[in-house]
Design a binder for this molecule. Sequence first.
Ligand code: SF4
Length: 162
Amino acid sequence: MKHQTSALEQILFTTRLTDLLAWARKNSLWPYVFGTACCGIEYMSVVGPKHDAARFGAEVVRFSPRQADLLIVAGTISEKMGPVVKKVYEQMSEPKWVMAMGACAASGGFYRAYHVLQGVDQVMPVDIYVAGCPPTPEAVLAGLLMLQQKIQSEARPRKTMA
Ligand code: SF4
């Protein structure tokens, strides 16, 4: 016997609250860009009309960490700047995520020197690393999509092997 879809089922869908929240969060990220060098300039084209981060709900760049849930570290971070960016991270409320944009933020880049932090993950947890010097806007958007997948998957408890 064929399953008959009721009129109610045609207009309603069911989901879990955690999935719904994750869906809303991943599609309305509010970035705070900690731009210190060339990658910060490159980020501007990500939110410009050509690449248009608004398509992914992440175009409302904030200028206060208290209003942001995505910290994008874009540029070289010196040892002296390390505590500053850490303070910015700590001022963001939960849940929050971090993207290391470019070689410098991810690993210090070609600055193998005592005065440069060899990756911002030395002072905070990083969710997404975007490679490049600088990364292309397309690469940053690809990183954003990966982060969205991660946010959605975090809403689901991990399956354990029997
Ligand atoms: S990764 Fe390259 S483009 Fe980005 S801040 Fe470092 S030197 Fe500049």
